[in-house]
Design a protein around this ligand. Structure first.
Ligand code: B3K
Ligand code: ZN
Length: 898
């Protein structure tokens, strides 16, 4: 699949089926940390659908080749090289036995087989299996696996792999073995093994068809008290997939294993999901409400992959969104159903708002920079760099658009047809689209552009009311604006955009909707317009008064809407729109506009002021007890600094910070009594409850506390926060109190109360790594001041005995938090943040290229920044480019500098 002109670039257009297929794999492991021997016996045959190749080329990395045999006889024509093993002139159909050695103890990349906390784990997606044995390590080669594990019984009492346990027993010399069989064909990236000292929480449940299933959550013994929520999330996921999609668990047993050294969130290995501890372990004392919600979402996500990813997998890695976009959509719907059921639109909207915030802040930014790529990329250098917001989050929006177009029932019909056609196959995004199209009798050729074109589409809206004719016309125009070059190259034509719209009367009610040509108004007061041309006009008739349009309801497509609302109109929508998403959106637009104006002033040193009408709009939201607390919390939270900076012609983090802080202080001081009242009213005394209602109260109360910490005189906030810190019976309240104390003290260079709480927090949770991660992160993201720049605190923490660069969670908690979540401090004028960043990328590159490449991305938008910062950013990028070795980091920094 390599391109001859630029050998490092892999292109989608070059896809060719594999010359050989592997039908069965029998793996035997003798597990020893420094020297694990792997014996791999495969049934290999020529692929009838591929062109002939005399030699078999297997992938392999960091392996010590020992021997090869074909049909039981030693095979001399096997040549090991840097990228794998070449076997010359092989027969058409044969049994191949290979023996090789790897070194899990020294494997700091956390890809392949590695040791963490004295136990063995694997991570194979995308290309880690080739670090375990020589193989056709590509997703369109699917085989059934039998795995035999042998290890010291004392050191590794638990031996796990995919599928069903067939046999276990003792061996001489204190060793033992286990043999596992996975009855389903799978690609190598779904292989997994775990060996070590672990214990499990177990449940037996009956699936839809009445079969008994064994569920296990495996952890280190001291973490057993933090597994209940993950287990409940798994049980809920199993029921949800049966009810919503008719998909049943297909194995007798389903295992989740937690590991503290892990590159990402979790991995959907068949029947043996391996999770970052962060997405498994929770109890009220150690995990926040957000952690509880994330665990539910990630457990769901990995479980849902069993059908969308495992039973039907990807033909090649360009199709990654086939499984990831679809599975993110499924986990988002699962979380929404868990929060609000199918009918509670307000509760569902809370989840929708959170998801759209992430999309707009992260994916829109990605789409505007040098890493911009379509949902189905055309090329890559290192596939691990393409597990992106675009593939996952925009991919999920693309799947959601099918559901918006066809309704839940139509979407389900499409899914049913997809499984009917493709169960057990490795397929493409086109196959998915065709299933959706055919099941709904539609031609979706134009819709393919959502997979081909990078960049965030812009839809500008013009409206016209004809009072005499009672006609209201809405003209939509689509384009991409000044997209980044990486996106511009891919743009070819107009998209099919499902554009949901409502019309609101001057007393705040939804008007009936009747399009020109229709005989009567429909019952629904939201209409999904199918917008397919560059410019298109939709005319509503029998419109009795000039309405206010509610545009792109529920964010029906991943686009930017441009419409010239007045501030009064936005305040009106914030108060009245029946679409909860757009109600929130109106507040965000209002706030964004004010904040950007203020940031512009701050950048040029003009004094800042905020109009009373904006304060009044926030006051109404704050005191409106008819709205749910979780909705109010979201509506009262200002857009993030990163999002705001991205909206400026030239990003200026210092100016954005000044503007946002000014508004927060103004809202705090002007509405002091209301914040205090809300703080009191939404306390949740008594035992901790993890329900959405209780967590909504905590969120609103803690938002109030964070505003109170902005008061010119923060004494009262400090008193409240200290009391909350001491009395807290849960991590949500304790960490929110600590954060309020840190920020209230920032302007004065710290406070006794903040320091005491920090010290107490450390002592209290010294033995809980996930909580110590929070301790690092809270300090890295705290507000700084001239006398106390956060970089100094971060540098000091790098030398803390609990800091460890090799553990990705710990590296993320300190370094990533500072570089990606504290923009005002990271982008200090003196370039200190950039120098720090360069040093850390270089250090991580030698340990773990995947983690290093993630960190490398925090400077990719450097060309969009204010000129005073650009030189420092470029210098840091150049330093990294000149020193790093991995393909992962090089792809990122070279694209950034191109
Ligand atoms: N499929 C994995 C991600 C693998 C990332 C490899 N660099 C987790 C997930 O999306 O569910
Ligand atoms: Zn996934």
């Amino acid at each position: 699949m390599a391109d001859t002109a630029t050998p490092n670039v892999i292109r989608r257009a070059d896809y060719a089926p594999p010359a050989f297929l592997i039908d069965t794999v029998a793996l035997e492991f003798d597990l020893v940390p420094e020297r694990t021997v792997v014996r791999n016996t495969m049934r290999v045959r020529r692929n009838p659908d591929a062109s002939h190749a005399a030699n078999l080329e297997l992938m392999g990395e960091q392996l010590e080749f020992v021997s090869a045999a074909i049909d039981g006889a030693p095979f001399a024509n096997a040549h090991a090289h840097e990228h794998g093993l070449t076997l010359d002139n092989v027969p058409d159909d044969f049994e191949l036995t290979l023996t090789s050695v790897c070194n899990p103890a020294e494997n700091t990349t956390l890809s392949g087989l590695y040791v963490s906390g004295g136990n063995f784990f694997t991570q194979c997606e995308a290309e880690g299996f080739r670090r375990i044995t020589y193989f056709l390590d590509r997703p369109d080669v699917m085989a059934t696996y039998t795995v035999t594990l042998r290890a010291s019984k004392a050191d590794y009492p638990v031996l796990l792999s995919n599928g069903n346990l067939r046999e276990e027993g003792d061996l001489p010399d204190g060793r033992h073995f286990a043999r596992w069989e996975d009855p389903f064909r799978k690609p190598s990236y779904l292989f997994a093994l775990v060996a070590g000292k672990l214990v499990a929480l177990e449940e037996r449940v009956k699936s839809g068809s009445g079969k008994e299933k064994l569920l296990q959550v495996w952890v280190e013994p001291h973490d057993l008290d933090k597994t209940r929520h993950a287990m409940d999330s798994l049980i809920n996921s199993i029921s949800w997939d049966e009810e919503r999609f008719g998909l049943e668990l297909d194995l007798d047993r389903f295992m989740i294993v937690a590991v503290s050294d892990f590159n990402m969130g979790a991995m959907e290995n068949k029947g043996l999901n391996i999770f970052n501890t962060k997405y498994v372990l929770a109890n009220p004392e150690t995990a926040t409400d957000t952690d509880f919600a994330n665990i539910e979402a990630v457990v769901g996500h990995e479980y849902f992959h069993n059908w969308t990813g495992n039973r039907v997998t990807c033909r090649d890695w360009f199709q990654l969104s086939l499984k990831e976009g679809l599975t993110v959509f499924r986990d988002q719907e699962f979380s929404a159903d868990m929060a609000g059921g199918a009918r509670d639109e307000a509760a569902r909207a809370t989840k929708r708002i959170e998801d759209v915030r992430v999309l707009r802040q992260m994916q829109f930014a990605e789409d505007a920079g040098p890493m911009a790529h379509p949902v189905r990329p055309e090329s890559y250098v290192e596939i691990n760099n393409f597990y992106t917001m675009t593939v996952y989050e925009k991919g999920s929006e693309v799947v959601r658009m099918y559901q918006t177009l066809f309704g839940r029932d139509g979407f389900r019909k499409g899914m049913d047809l997809y499984f009917k056609r493709h169960d057990g196959q490795a397929v493409t995004c086109d196959d998915f689209r065709h299933a959706l199209a055919d099941a709904n009798g539609r031609d979706l050729a134009q819709f393919e552009r959502w997979y081909n074109q990078a960049g965030t589409p812009r839809v500008s809206v013009r409206t016209k009311y004809d009072a005499a004719q009672q006609r209201y016309s809405v003209t939509l125009t689509q384009g991409y604006g000044d997209a980044a070059p990486a996106a511009r190259d891919t743009q070819k034509g107009p998209l099919l955009i499902p554009f949901a719209i409502g019309l609101i009367s001057n007393d705040g009610r939804d008007l009936p909707l009747q399009l020109e040509g229709e005989t009567r108004a429909s019952d629904a007061t939201t209409r999904v317009l199918e917008f397919t041309q560059t410019e298109q006009t939709f005319t509503f008739v029998n419109v009795a008064q000039e309405p206010l349009p509610s545009l792109l309801r529920n964010f029906s497509a991943p686009v930017i809407v441009e419409y010239d609302y007045s501030a009064d109109q936005l305040a009106f929508l914030l108060a009245h729109d029946s679409d909860p998403f757009n109600r929130w959106e109106a507040g965000q637009r209002l706030a964004t506009r004010e904040l950007l104006t203020l940031a512009g002033r701050a950048a040029t040193g003009v004094p800042l002021q905020l109009d009373d009408s904006v304060v009044a709009a926030f006051a109404r939201m704050l005191t409106d007890e008819t709205l749910s607390p979780s909705f109010r919390e979201l509506a009262l939270m200002l857009p993030s600094e990163a999002y705001l900076a991205e909206q400026m012609a030239e990003s200026n983090p210092a100016a954005v910070h000044a503007a946002r802080q000014f508004v927060r202080k103004r809202l705090a001081n002007a509405l002091r009594q209301d914040w205090l009242a809300v703080y009191e009213k939404h306390r949740t005394p008594g035992a901790y409850e993890a329900t959405p209602e209780a967590s909504g109260h905590r969120a609103l109360k803690n938002l109030a506390l964070s505003y109170l910490a902005e008061l010119d005189d923060p004494a009262e906030a400090v008193r409240l926060a200290s009391a909350q810190y001491d009395a807290a019976n849960n991590m949500t309240d304790r960490s929110a109190a600590l954060s309020a104390l840190l920020n209230a003290a920032a302007a004065n260079g710290g406070s006794v109360e903040a320091q005491q709480a920090l010290d107490d927090f450390y002592r209290r949770f010294e033995k809980e790594p996930l909580v110590i991660d929070k301790w690092f992160a809270l300090q890295a993201t705290q507000r700084g001041s001239a006398q106390r720049p956060v970089i100094e605190i971060v540098r000091k923490l790098m030398a803390h005995p609990a800091f460890n660069l090799k553990n990705p969670n710990r590296a993320r908690s300190l370094i990533f938090s500072f570089c990606a979540a504290n923009p005002a401090q990271f982008h200090a004028e003196d370039g200190s943040g950039y120098a720090f960043w360069a040093d850390q990328v270089i250090a991580l590159d030698a340990i773990n290229p995947q983690v290093a490449a993630r960190l490398a991305r925090s400077l990719e938008l450097w060309q969009r920044f204010t000129p005073t910062l650009r030189d420092g950013m470029r210098a840091a990028l150049e330093k990294v480019a000149s020193q790093v070795k991995s393909r992962d980091v090089r792809e990122i920094v070279e694209k950034a500098l191109a």
